[in-house]
Design a protein around this ligand. Structure first.
Ligand code: ZN
Length: 369
């Protein structure tokens, strides 16, 4: 029997720009376009697995702690990754340092696009993404994970918007001028600290005005409720899981999920084993099936229009069975085996992301709440 056509997957979160940034930049573009052994996402792996595009995170790494061995933060290491930092939260990052890194990673994305001969395209609206899906080009939406690069007058936000930024997480799992991220703990409630600062609240309103998606992943619970109160856009957590299955501080409680549903928002299921497993462990021998179980719980709370994927490729330990972006159709097969309909699988794989991005970027009411 011929194998079924691959289902395209639009993905809410990857850290490939961080992985490439940590290499020498001369080889980074070619490494992505030609593909290579190391890493979880590149153009070759994307083609093999049906990875059609997604939000490409720009993440400013924390300064290395004095007691961290050099190999732990070296770019050549297997997984020096933003989503498995140790508790307590890493120290804050300076504005200048953050801006330098953001410019460098955004430049890297544009260099990849330029050298790709149309195979990789930076997308500014949902139409751009739909064209990519049609043309079999990789759709890349610039996203900032932690807004440390943005100044107190939010001037850089305007510049980054013009440069293609369409999605922003106010915090990563550390404190900054906008709020406090949730540290990595399991078991733990996501209620770990204070909510958004006044500047953080202003940032959310400004994102609404510019129609930039506000990402709730990495916010602590009070910050989450602040955004829920202020924002006039659908609530979106690009890469988080169900706290009811994996009681990790990075995951969302049912109460939070209910608020996301009420706003017409979306949660992207994260493939990081630490956020999938009930014990929060970093064991790569974690069944792929657990991704489907989180999706099922999220579907129960959010309905079939409110769930997508947010892999965390190149940012976390994946289940060995999936391994990297090339393995994505195994996840599609697991959903089929579980009895998900073709229509539901398409919604989870890309249609729901397109729906929520359209609503966030163009169709929502921009009048202040
Ligand atoms: Zn993350």
């Amino acid at each position: 029997m011929p194998s079924p056509r691959p289902v395209p997957i639009f993905d809410g979160h990857n850290d490939v720009l961080l992985r490439l940034y940590r290499r020498t930049s001369a080889s980074a573009v070619a490494a992505f376009l030609q593909g290579e052994e190391m890493g979880q996402l590149d153009l070759a792996k994307a083609h093999r697995g049906g990875f059609a595009g997604g939000l490409f995170a720009i993440f400013v790494p924390s300064q290395r702690r004095n007691n961290t061995p050099a190999s732990a933060t070296n770019g050549a290491a297997a997984a020096p990754v933003p989503d498995i930092a140790a508790d307590p939260a890493p120290p804050a990052v300076e504005l200048n340092e953050a801006q330098r890194t953001v410019f460098s990673m955004l430049s890297l994305l544009y260099r990849i696009e330029r050298a790709s001969d149309g195979r990789v395209r930076v997308c500014r609206d949902a139409k751009d993404i739909e064209h990519c899906l049609k043309d079999d080009a990789l759709a890349a939406v610039p996203h900032i994970e932690g807004a440390e690069a943005i100044d107190a007058k939010l001037e850089l936000l305007d510049v980054l918007y013009e440069a293609g930024l369409r999605s922003l997480g106010p915090v990563w799992s550390r404190p900054n001028a906008f709020g406090e991220g949730v540290p990595f703990r399991c078991p733990s409630s996501p209620d770990t600290g204070p909510g958004l600062t006044d500047l953080g609240k202003t940032l959310i309103k400004e994102c609404n005005r510019l129609k930039v998606l506000v990402d709730l992943s990495h916010l602590n619970e009070r910050g989450f409720w602040d955004v829920a109160e202020i924002s006039n856009a659908p609530l979106v957590a690009t890469h988080s899981n169900a706290h009811a299955i994996s009681p990790h501080s990075r995951n969302l409680t049912d109460k939070q999920l209910d608020a996301i549903k009420q706003s017409g928002g979306l949660v992207g299921v994260n493939f990081a084993v630490s956020f999938l497993r009930p014990d929060g462990g970093r064991d790569k021998n974690t069944p792929l099936e657990l991704i489907v179980q989180h999706a099922e719980h999220l579907l129960e709370r959010l309905g079939e229009d409110g769930v997508g994927f947010g892999s965390d490729f190149d940012g976390a330990q994946m289940p060995a069975e999936l391994e990297n972006a090339a393995g994505l159709q195994k996840l599609v097969a697991a959903m089929r085996a579980r009895g998900f309909s073709k229509k539901l699988i398409e919604k989870l794989c890309y249609r729901n992301w397109l729906r929520v991005l359209k609503k966030t970027w163009g169709e929502h009411d921009t009048s202040p709440k």
